[in-house]
Design a protein around this ligand. Structure first.
Ligand code: FAD
Ligand code: UDP
Length: 408
């Protein structure tokens, strides 16, 4: 499907946004079309469950292709976990934890660029070990500072070669870490963080979890090395509002699909919530990991910490502290931070990548395949540890390949 924007030119969309802005914070007013009271006789082509990245991308693409779309969310806001908003002190924060956009996909970046300008931002992370802050992911500087060495790149590579514990098969996250950095670095940076984050040992998690973190022999201290590393210039929510600003899209918030499913006629459904919930947990609950977010504002303190995120692998009940002004570039006399406390109760934020869970998910995926006119996409519906760009890619593919073919 060609990439065009709703038959409305981008300058026109942006102009609409400009006129909607709040004077104070630059946040556009909530779209007026967030109607209350759905006209039940009106059949939509698509009902989309969940107004996170997955649902919003589908809604925008389908409306642009001429489909009538209703998108609902049980939360009182759009954006899913990527929702951002100004806190009571006027700082743009991410209520569901820090969201840093990065991708190697030109297609995904080009698509989102129709709805937002960008601010260049490369995320940096320090890890506190034994009271000292070290660059993380582990690089040459980390090694030198931690062990009092003076390694160049070649000798840093030789160091890793010396300490790594080779594995014949890389099946778990423990295999990944031990085979790349060996036991000491594993214990200092990975073992306890992982236990805190997942309530599991590294050896109980699939390799893909720890494989998200590279090991470097150079001095690169960026958390990501993707080609495109940018934050939406005025935040995610404003970008989402721009995506939903189409006359064929209706948005209904604070609406649970399971409470309204029989009263919302639609030819097809796109479901982005937890897949096990859709099937009434028929085979048992899929495990998810949750977080409790503790937000704090500090008045008259311009900067709380030297980088966007500081990880605490070994101390404290929280895993990391993020200071939002690093991410957004906002200027303010105060600052706002968030601490993340992992927990097994609450909103399902993370699918838990391990063999047994994947096996259970596959049983639900088989049911999903057999469900006519219902499509499952997104982090919870596909039970995938997706980053935002991967969700956008999956949603674009769903709309482009499957739905348009089916509707043709
Ligand atoms: P969600 O954002 O979860 O949206 C699903 C929506 O469905 C929710 O709004 C939910 O309320 C709604 N819903 C569920 N059930 C129902 C129902 N029955 N009725 C109506 N609505 C329903 N990715 C990155 O790329 N970079 C990052 O830095 C990053 N940081 C993250 C930090 C944290 C703490 C977390 C948890 C995730 C992070 N992610 C990050 C991942 C990112 O949040 C996801 O990839 C992305 O937001 C998933 O989009 P989604 O639409 O699939 O799901
Ligand atoms: N990890 C770790 N120590 C750290 C950071 C990450 O052991 O200081 C491991 C941990 O298992 C974590 C995984 O690497 O869950 C992926 O980290 P990432 O920062 O990508 O997690 P996310 O941002 O998705 O929570």
């Amino acid at each position: 499907m060609p990439l065009y924007i709703n038959g409305v030119s981008l300058p026109a969309r942006r102009a609409t946004q400009e006129t909607n802005k709040h004077a104070e914070h630059g946040r556009p007013e909530r779209q007026r079309r967030y109607i209350k009271g759905i006209p039940l006789q009106m059949q939509h082509d698509f009902l989309i469950v969940g107004a996170g990245f997955a649902g919003i991308v589908c809604a925008e693409r389908l409306a642009s292709a001429g489909k009538r779309v209703m998108i609902i969310d049980r939360r009182p806001h759009i954006g899913g976990n990527a929702f951002d908003t100004y806190d009571e002190n006027g700082i743009l924060v991410h209520p569901y934890g820090p969201h840093i956009f990065h991708t190697n996909s030109k297609r995904v970046f080009a698509y989102l660029s129709h709805f937002t300008d960008w601010r260049f931002y490369e995320h940096r992370v320090l890890a506190e070990v034994g009271g000292t802050l070290y660059p993380f992911p582990i690089n040459r500087v980390t090694l030198n500072a931690l062990y009092g060495l003076n390694l160049d790149e070649v000798s840093a590579a030789a160091h890793f070669e010396r300490v790594r514990i080779p594995k014949s098969e890389i099946a778990t996250s423990e295999d990944v870490v031990l085979s790349s950095v060996g036991k000491d670095l594993c214990e200092k940076f990975f073992r306890n963080y992982t236990r805190k984050q997942w309530g599991l040992d590294l050896s109980e998690l699939s390799a893909g979890v720890a494989a998200r973190i590279p090991t470097r022999t150079n001095d690169d201290d960026r958390y990501f090395t993707d080609t495109y590393q940018f934050m939406p210039a005025r935040g995610y929510t404003e970008m989402f509002e721009c995506m939903l600003a189409h006359p064929k899209i209706e948005v209904e918030l604070s609406t649970d699909f399971f409470a309204v499913r029989t009263s919302l006629p639609a030819k097809q459904i796109i479901y982005t919530g937890p897949i096990d919930t859709y099937f009434d947990h028929r085979f048992g609950c899929l495990p998810y990991r949750s977080l409790r977010f503790e937000h704090e504002h500090l008045t008259n303190l311009e900067r709380y910490q030297p980088v966007g995120t500081v990880n605490y692998p070994n101390d404290h009940a929280y895993t990391r502290i993020t200071e939002f002004k690093h991410l957004t570039g906002q200027k303010h006399a105060g600052t706002s931070v968030v601490r993340e406390y992992p927990t097994c109760h609450g909103e399902p934020y993370y699918p838990i990548p391990r063999f047994d869970n994947e096996r259970l998910f596959k049983r639900y995926a088989a049911l999903a395949l057999a469900e006519s006119n219902v499509h499952f996409v997104g982090r919870l519906a596909e039970y995938r540890y997706y980053n935002m760009d991967q969700v956008v890619g999956a949603a674009l593919t769903l709309v482009e390949k499957q739905l348009c073919l089916a509707a043709a």
